[in-house]
Unconditional design. Structure first.
Length: 146
């Protein structure tokens, strides 16, 4: 209950870094760790189809994203203009500024962080790859809704 301590979020090893003077226009799809000091004008999507360690993104206080973020584990200390989806855990550091909705399973928010949108808690659901099987998809939606 209250005595339970949450472990510090362990992010995957950084395999991609976007520097302060870099601006990328377009979507980014990645696996592993992504660190952003620059500006992204597009969506950020983790491709965790290999069944390995879940991906994570870290946005520094210099970083800015104009688009959606769909990554299991997220640390934000910069600016995001768009919705954020974290199936695992999201940490909002003191300089985090989000204009958009935040969908999360676990949320840690520091004093000074700002969210101009809704905070929507989502229960943890298994990630399944469905290939043109609408009957199975319908069954999963029924289970998720109950």
């Amino acid at each position: 209950m209250i005595n339970k301590k949450l472990k510090k979020l362990k992010m995957p090893k950084i395999s991609t870094m976007i520097g302060r003077s870099t601006t990328i226009v377009g979507d980014i799809k990645f696996v592993g760790g992504l660190h952003i000091d620059g500006c992204i004008k597009g969506n950020i999507i983790a491709n965790d189809d290999d069944g390995g360690e879940l991906s994570g993104v870290t946005l520094s206080d210099w970083g800015e994203i104009e688009g959606e973020i769909r990554v299991p584990n997220i640390i934000i200390n910069g600016t995001v203009n768009g919705d954020v989806y974290a199936a695992g855990r999201i940490e909002l550091a003191e300089r985090a500024r989000i204009t958009g909705d935040v969908y999360y399973y676990l949320l840690e928010m520091a004093i000074g962080a700002e969210v101009n949108g809704n905070l929507v808690h989502k229960e943890e659901a298994p990630i399944l790859a469905l290939e043109n099987n609408s009957e199975t998809a319908t069954e999963i939606e029924k289970v998720a809704d109950s």
